[in-house]
Design a protein around this ligand. Structure first.
Ligand code: CMP
Length: 159
């Protein structure tokens, strides 16, 4: 997916990185387009929106720094980011993709830096809300694992 249809319109309405905006039910339509959330009902999407914050980043902003402790999980709503690991090839993620799950899942430092490749809009979920969501939404955990498996295969191929 290169763009979420409602994502770029949403980007203009959201404040900058220092003023995260609580996402409400208006966001349900945007979240419904995100592959990670495709198996969730509208009721569950509303719940996700209620625990998430929208955040806008300028081109070149550092969103996540390798080695930092992980405090949140990110879904890219609009724009693209570069994932830059300490060693190995950088990767590009685009609207509909997610990042920041690894440090939360294994309670270890961030594995890579993530930098905005142009203007970016993310939705962020805190560590505790992420952990509760995964416990209560097995289908979400399943989608997350599918993507992690695919990323591992890609990383192994390019070694
Ligand atoms: P985390 O380690 O919390 O912070 C950096 C994030 O970059 C990481 O979670 C993943 O979401 C993402 N990331 C790291 N390595 C890769 C990769 N090989 N492909 C895609 N995304 C990655």
């Amino acid at each position: 997916m290169s763009q979420l249809a409602a994502g770029s319109a949403a980007r203009a309405a959201v404040p900058g990185p220092r003023e995260p905006d609580r996402m409400g039910r208006d966001w349900v339509g945007v979240l419904a387009e995100v592959p990670l959330f495709r198996s969730l009902s509208r009721r569950h999407l509303k719940h996700v929106a209620s625990v998430a914050r929208a955040r806008r980043y300028g081109a070149g902003s550092s969103i996540v720094r390798a080695g930092d402790p992980g405090s949140g999980f990110y879904v890219l709503i609009d724009g693209a980011v570069r994932v830059i690991p300490p060693t190995g090839r950088p990767r590009r993620l685009q609207a509909g993709d997610f990042f920041g799950e690894m440090a939360l899942l294994d309670d270890s430092p961030r594995s890579a830096s993530v930098v905005a490749d142009g203007e970016v809009l993310t939705m962020t979920i805190s560590r505790s809300a992420f952990s509760k969501l995964l416990k209560h939404e097995p289908s979400l955990a399943h989608e997350l694992l599918r993507t992690l498996a695919a990323r591992l295969r890609t990383a192994e191929k390019s070694d």
